[in-house]
Ligand binder design. Structure first.
Ligand SMILES: *Cc1c(COP(=O)(O)O)cnc(C)c1O
Length: 388
């Protein structure tokens, strides 16, 4: 009997070793891992530079309190500010903490300019911003909030694409619009660039803030460092996590100068967030992923993967409905429930994971090799022909 609570529906398999794009069970069976901890192991398993960074730092200093200056965190914040819209960064340990901090920063900004009544955040219904109390009520999902009342106030919802409703929701109590640039758990649904630009214009016009949750779609996943970059929009606040730690738990929230003014000493904190060990690893991940040549390779390889998947879709039009997403954030939409399909892929030694709307989510490491993509395609085609 397992003494772990039953809050996960786990597959009956475990792994004892990982190397690059592959996972190995204790008896040596090899799996192509296109889950990568749900877009977390951005550089695959056991990347030599990450091992070296962790080993070196682990001999020097793991943790000191944020009561002191942490040079590794100063450095990572400086790099993030230099590469992005952001002026300031707060480090956390997870995605949901980052989205919570984003909500706090938005509310605190309006409080600090003498408008404390502006504290409501508008979100997409059935989006995903994490599992803390505020984050589940921000997501507006019945399934995630059921039994966890009383309801956390301050969130208004519109359905994906319902621009009329969105505009109607904005009133004098609104502080911000918070959306995922590409909805991950919600089924790999992209907000088109023109729409991101319209959101920015709308926020400017109504003098409210734009929060883009890039916890899943950011850090090179799409081939751009942030998914919103393609739209040329500058958001006010951006929570990140997953890929930035390469497997080590790191979250962060990026913000511009304007909103950072509200976050004066004592307004927010985290015991673990931004400790030297995490920051050393974060720096190493960032240095690799933010290289232009690295991002370009993601674009080239992922374009190939998408085009081959579309060929598979055309070959099996009764099974695959659509190939969604961008870069290595890929959703294969099936006509039927995807669980048997995912199980069959696993039987053929390819690991993928579900998302809403019958989506098989495919998340290779960003440094995946072309022959590994081909290996996955072969398995996907085989399983399609079995289901055809
Ligand atoms: C995963 C995710 C979160 C939550 O991250 P955790 O590290 O699980 O707390 C928040 N927002 C988005 C878009 C995510 O994909």
């Amino acid at each position: 009997m397992s003494n772990l609570a039953k809050n996960y529906n786990r597959k009956k398999i475990s792994f004892s070793k990982g190397q690059g794009s592959f996972l190995y069970t204790a008896n040596g069976t090899k799996y192509l891992d296109f889950v990568q901890g749900i877009a977390v192991n951005s550089l695959g398993h056991a990347h030599p530079k990450l091992i070296k960074a962790m080993n070196n730092q682990s001999k020097k200093l793991w943790h000191v309190s944020n009561a002191f200056i942490i040079p590794e965190g100063e450095l990572l914040a400086k790099k993030l500010a230099k590469k992005t819209f952001a002026d300031y960064v707060i480090f956390q340990n997870s995605g949901t903490e980052a989205t919570e901090a984003a909500i706090k920063i938005a509310r605190r900004y309006f409080y600090s300019i003498g408008k404390p009544e502006k504290n409501r955040i508008i979100c997409i219904k059935n989006s995903f911003h994490g599992r803390t109390l505020a984050a589940i009520f921000a997501s507006g999902s019945k399934k995630m909030t059921e039994g966890f009342g009383p309801k956390i106030q301050g969130f208004d919802h519109f359905n994906f694409g319902d621009h009329k409703k969105l505009k109607k929701l904005i009133n004098k109590k609104t502080a911000a619009i918070m959306v995922e640039t590409i909805m991950g758990e919600g089924g790999i649904k992209e907000i088109p660039d023109w729409c991101i630009r319209e959101l920015r214009k709308l926020c400017n016009k109504k003098k409210i803030l734009l929060i883009l949750d890039e916890v899943q779609c950011g850090i090179g996943r799409t081939g751009d460092f942030f998914a919103f970059e393609k739209s040329k929009v500058k958001p006010d606040i951006v929570p990140i996590a997953k890929g930035i730690g390469g497997g080590f738990p790191i979250g962060a929230v990026l913000m511009n100068k304007k909103v950072a003014k509200g976050m004066t000493a004592g307004t927010h904190g985290s015991t673990f967030g931004g400790n030297p060990l995490a920051m050393r690893i974060g720096n190493t991940v960032l240095d690799i992923i933010s290289k232009k040549s690295f991002l370009k390779t993601i674009k080239i390889n992922s374009t190939y993967f998408h085009s081959e998947l579309n060929k598979t879709k055309n070959k099996f039009p009764k099974i695959i409905k659509e190939i969604r997403g961008r870069g290595f954030l890929i959703g294969m939409v099936l006509y039927k429930d995807q669980s048997n399909f995912i199980q069959a892929l696993m039987k053929n030694k390819l690991l993928t994971i579900r998302a809403a709307e019958n989506v098989v989510r495919i998340l290779p490491p960003l440094n995946v090799k072309k022959n590994e993509i081909n290996q996955a395609l072969k398995i996907i085609n085989k399983v399609c022909s079995e289901f055809d």
